[in-house]
Ligand binder design. Sequence first.
Ligand code: TXA
Ligand code: MG
Length: 350
Amino acid sequence: MNTRIIMLDESNLDTSVIEEAGKVIREGGLVAFPTETVYGLGANALSNDAVKKIFEAKGRPQDNPLIVHISDIGEIKALVAEVPDIAERFMKRFWPGPMTVILPKSSIIPDATSAGLPSVGIRMPSNVIARALITAAGVPIAAPSANISGRPSPTDVQRCIEDLDGRVDYILGGEMSDIGLESTVIDCTVKPTCVLRPGGITLEMLKEVDPDTYIDPAIMRKPGEDFKPKAPGMKYRHYAPKAPVKIVQGDLKKTIAKINEMVQNYIDGNKVVGIMATDETKDFYPRGVVISLGSRKNMINISQSLFETLRSFDDKKVDVIISESFEEKGVGVAIMNRLNKSAAFDIIKV
Ligand code: TXA
Ligand code: MG
């Protein structure tokens, strides 16, 4: 397939490109596009055949439902059986933005989109290209992250191209994603509401609307028989670069010492080691390939660069990646959730 790759200026949108890409979606094609969380791979959410193409292009397991993206709050009515009061309050507070609400679906949502579940995830993104594309398409857009299944989600158009060139009709390029991690998914079909995937809208923020909401305990733990995550997508090995990832967790000084000891052992064994560090610590690693995620003082820096950094270690052909860890507070919960999964829970405590 010949993929058209077009770069757009978010502050001065070329509407003819948006109209054309919208038409491609409406007519059953695939378009990758930027959002404030990560880049998405979109298709007409109301077409079983169009949505099936997403699963093929990504190599995505069939039992993992997709998020349906809208550009106006009024569009939700046709897609769901009901909007409980609490969902409406979340939507009013956090849309447009990085939050997906799970609601009972209406009959127009095809099985391919919801993976046969009676519910559907809906999100209204804030990114201007995403919004304009949905409006131009005239249909809601089903969109998972625009990566080959299992790889870290793309936060930059170059990573989309790397994974999807030749597999989709269009790739629309915009700026780097602001948040860098996928949306917070909140199940509003249950009481109290339950966070199925942590993201940029943090538990602390959600609690201001629903004080009883909580995070599905399964998602912060190693997968096992006792804890089955409620979001089907959270059970897969995910967000993984090619090199194995190991996390060192504990006091920062001890972390640095432990990482340096591990680095030395790998170097002695002729391995190339990547170290995922922070601005505060990067100068304390004399050996290995050191990349800083940004300053610990601004956790959004860290979330924004996490997936891109994991991918850039692959470019540098490291054999193993060792990462520092972060406090599970605010967006740190989402950061550690993705990091733990990329490491398949290979955590060394110090
Ligand atoms: O930020 C995002 O949400 C991005 C951008 C493109 O909007 N999309 C995204 O989609 O991350 P995806 O497909 O990579 O992740 C969707 C997650 C999966 O964990 C899936 O299992 C869960 O949402 N999900 C979707 N519908 C669901 C449902 N009806 N019930 C439970 N979980 C659901
Ligand atoms: Mg994904």
